[in-house]
Write a protein that binds this ligand. Structure first.
Ligand code: HEM
Length: 419
């Protein structure tokens, strides 16, 4: 077998430039060719050290599961080298679950693990129902038209997670703004007053820190039955969790907990409205149908676009050599359209029998902590929408946010009529 370092290309910024995520049909068309011709693609882009994109389901799965040979590190999200240098110089190094490895990771994950177990999440179903009902009512109040992403999907998914956290409703707009500052900083719509995306991220992280420092003081003095109290008082190996780790813990749960799910719901509805025949299929499918449809929403949209892993030893994948310390980009959206795993993967199909092979939540030790919540939130809203809506259609084109990390449908203008 011939060994190579992989075809070298800048891939026109497909994997590292936010604007390339604005047109997902075009993105998938290009990446389908890459998956077929260069499944392990070396990318050399200006300002970025080389990285290798894994586009096949099998490879993303295998690397994610092999945490003995692949590490996350503090640089588990792709950014320009200058950002990494500035981070090291400032000493301000992220230490959330997705940045930790080995025992440190397991021990920190343990702090909140019980809150995310299936039985515990199931127990919160009545509250998820209540919040979903509130936002169905909100659709009624808005008349017959709304921007589903902004008016419904975002505040609904935000409220579910903030409710668990114990963050009051009055602080939800701040949480939304800061999350968009972390995940959407590359999108001009979410840049705010910041001069550049890096500055926007830093400002948002600083505001999160200030906010959650106050929460820590409060929940240490008066612990409540909420996730913020668990994090504020969390212990690792018998000692109080470190200050940095605690702050990053708050930040990852606050951010990862809603934008992702909101993109899955809004993006799934966008696809559904493009395929109106599927609405009837959904109505006919019953409870099992909703479970499959929610997974198809999450497969189709794949809101987390990547994470990185670093090789502990030299390794060869599909004949491509990756040196020790080399980094691979796990392309979840590509893996979820892999022809070797999904039948007719480019078809949106709410009854898809293989939707549960989705890699949208990753796999292995870093498997998404909130997957149970995310699935329930999508299923719950979808059930209510399908039951109560008589007609629904798009009134204009959807818009996708511009980020190579977490992104999806940020505007979805719709018209609807309730039964
Ligand atoms: C559709 C919605 C969601 C998607 C697509 C998603 C996706 C992901 C992915 C891809 C990972 C990394 C997995 C890996 O490296 O193998 C992850 C990790 C994580 N997610 Fe989610 N997520 C979603 C919703 C949520 C929710 C609702 C929460 C919180 C309540 C959450 C909290 C987390 C946390 C804390 C981690 C870090 C886990 C670790 O490193 O051990 N996510 N998620």
């Amino acid at each position: 077998m011939t060994m190579t370092t992989g075809a070298t290309t800048d891939a026109s910024g497909l994997f590292h430039i936010g604007a390339r995520w604005r047109d997902m049909d075009a993105w998938h068309q290009r990446v389908t060719e890459i998956r077929r011709n260069t499944p392990v693609l070396r990318v050399d882009a200006d300002g970025f050290s080389p990285f290798w994109v894994l586009t096949k389901h099998e490879d993303v799965f295998a690397v994610s599961r092999d945490d003995a040979h692949w590490k996350n590190t503090a640089l588990s999200v792709l950014g320009p080298d200058i950002g990494a240098e500035e981070m090291r110089a400032s000493g301000f190094v992220p230490r959330s679950l997705v940045h930790l490895d080995d025992h440190e990771h397991t021990a920190h994950r343990q702090v909140t693990n019980d809150w995310f177990k299936p039985a515990v999440v199931k127990h919160r179903q009545p509250r998820i129902d209540e919040i979903a009902d509130h936002f169905i009512d909100r659709m009624r109040e808005l008349g017959e038209e709304c921007d589903f992403a902004v008016d419904i999907a975002q505040p609904y998914t935000l409220r579910v997670i903030m409710d668990i956290y114990g963050v009051p409703e009055s602080d939800e707009p701040l949480m939304m703004d800061l999350t968009q500052g972390v995940f959407g900083a590359n999108d001009p719509e979410f840049l705010g007053d910041a001069g550049d995306p890096q500055q926007r991220v830093m400002q948002s992280v600083m505001s999160f820190i200030q906010y959650f420092n106050e929460i820590t003081v409060d929940r240490r003095a008066c612990p409540a039955d909420d996730l913020a109290s668990v994090i504020a008082n969390g212990e690792v190996d018998g000692c109080p969790m470190g200050d940095e780790e605690r702050l990053w813990y708050y930040i990852i749960v606050a951010t990862a907990g809603h934008d992702t799910t909101s993109f899955a719901l809004a993006g799934g509805l966008e696809a559904l409205l493009r395929h109106p025949d599927q609405i009837n299929a959904l109505r006919a499918g019953g409870d099992d149908g909703i479970v499959r449809a929610a997974d198809e929403f999450i497969r189709w949209t794949t809101p987390v676009r990547h994470f990185l892993r670093y090789a502990t030893d030299p390794v060869t994948i599909r004949g491509v050599e990756i040196p020790e310390g080399g980094r691979v980009l796990l392309s979840y959206p590509s893996a979820n359209r892999d022809e070797d795993v999904f039948v007719d993967p480019a078809r949106f199909d709410v009854a898809r029998p293989d939707a549960d092979k989705l890699l949208s939540f990753g796999v292995g030790t870093h498997f998404c902590l909130g997957a149970q919540f995310a699935r329930r939130e999508v299923r719950t809203f979808l059930t209510k929408l399908v039951d109560q809506i008589a007609d629904i259609e798009a009134t204009g084109p959807a818009q996708w946010s511009e980020s190579h990390f977490v992104s999806g449908v940020k505007h979805l203008p719709i018209r609807y009529r309730f039964r």
